[in-house]
Write a protein that binds this ligand. Structure first.
Ligand SMILES: [Zn+2]
Length: 351
């Protein structure tokens, strides 16, 4: 396979066009959460009825109480609340590609390629779904190529993680050693960041620097999601990762989701990546307390990172755009299936 020359017609387009599409959806409730650093609106889309729950305590106090009754959102609802977050890093449009197709499925019963996904639709209809398709619109519009599959590895690195004021391109993860990312000189602000150079994944969660981060945390406190999935993109096999600094029960949820995903990927014939491992705190360097961990610690939502393979000629596996698309919907299917099984088990145990 050689490098892709152009994006497929199904690929997400200009941000203004996406907003018009979302506002034209018939079944979704669309609302603006905040404005980005660059003044662009960040939207949430909701499918299914919101069920209010009134926990008797905030999450960390509820944990300390050891009382199941302090977690009513786990079992008093009729259906679980699920939050899907994409384009946290502006150069990673693959998750959005999947969410655009999920919206089309929920509206018209066929995906962006005109195919049906009956299991996914049935699972989605059993949940309250909240989608933030573009958490970081500033980075999204800065990533003008749309997909790293059109770029060389170096070009992609420059677009995604930027270049410092002296013109040097940091290699991931050394781009995180200076944060907020500096602007000016011969530098270029990579799509990772909002217009103030904030990497939302590594914001200050006790005192957020970015309004986009505050908006996501507000949404989490408003929805009390049972489970949250964070879409990112990587150069190695697609896989789910557990959030760090969570209990073993959380890791078990991540493992079950990852196994369900891997089985479906094998059945579809798309290569994937490893299953999650619980290997800290033995790692000497420790692990970052990032947005994924923060979502868990805010309200107790299961919170998983999903890394999809970019599928370019410099990645572990080359994937077609259609395979990248299917990977997103397969991942959402696995995530919803595990969430629903877990929810129903808790309802039985805790009611
Ligand atoms: Zn990312």
């Amino acid at each position: 396979m050689t490098r892709a020359k152009e994006l497929p017609p199904q690929w997400p387009g200009a941000y203004e066009d996406l907003i018009k599409e979302w506002q034209g959806l018939e079944r979704a409730q669309v609302r603006q959460l905040t404005l980005s650093a660059g003044g662009r609106p960040v939207f949430a889309l909701h499918y299914g009825e919101k069920e209010m729950v009134s926990p008797s305590a905030n999450f960390n106090a509820a944990v300390a109480s050891k009382q199941a009754s302090a977690f009513p959102y786990r079992y008093k609802r009729q259906r679980p609340s699920v939050l899907l977050l994409a384009v946290i890093h502006g150069g990673e449009h693959e998750g959005l590609f999947g969410l655009q197709s999920l919206m089309k499925l929920l509206e018209t019963n066929t995906d962006l390629y005109g195919r049906e996904w009956p299991e996914l639709v049935e699972l989605a209809q059993r949940c309250r779904l909240s989608l933030v398709p573009v958490v970081n619109p500033d980075g999204y519009v800065r990533f003008t190529p749309g997909s790293g599959k059109l770029l060389s590895e170096t070009e992609n690195a420059r677009f995604v993680t930027g270049s410092f004021p002296d013109g040097s391109i940091p290699i991931w993860p050394t781009n995180k050693a200076v944060h907020p990312f500096p602007k000016g000189g011969k530098g270029f602000l990579g799509a990772y960041y909002n217009d103030n150079g904030i990497n939302i994944q590594h914001d200050e969660f006790f005192r957020p620097m970015a309004d986009e981060t505050k908006a996501i945390l507000d949404l989490v406190y408003d929805e009390w999601p049972n489970a949250t999935m964070h879409f990112h993109t990587c150069p190695h096999g697609s896989c789910f990762f557990d959030a760090d600094y969570t209990p073993i029960e959380h890791f078990n949820f991540a493992s079950e989701t990852a196994q369900a995903f891997s089985q479906r990927m094998q059945a579809r014939g798309i290569p994937d990546g490893p299953l999650p491992e619980r290997n800290y705190p033995s790692e000497a360097a420790g692990k970052p307390f990032n947005l994924i961990s923060a979502v868990y610690h805010a309200t107790g939502s299961y919170s998983l990172l999903f890394e999809t393979e970019l599928g370019s000629d410099f990645c572990q596996h080359e994937l077609s755009f259609e395979e990248i698309h299917d990977t997103q919907l397969i991942a959402v299917s696995a995530f919803l299936k595990t969430t629903l099984e877990n929810f129903e088990e808790r309802k039985r145990a805790e009611a």
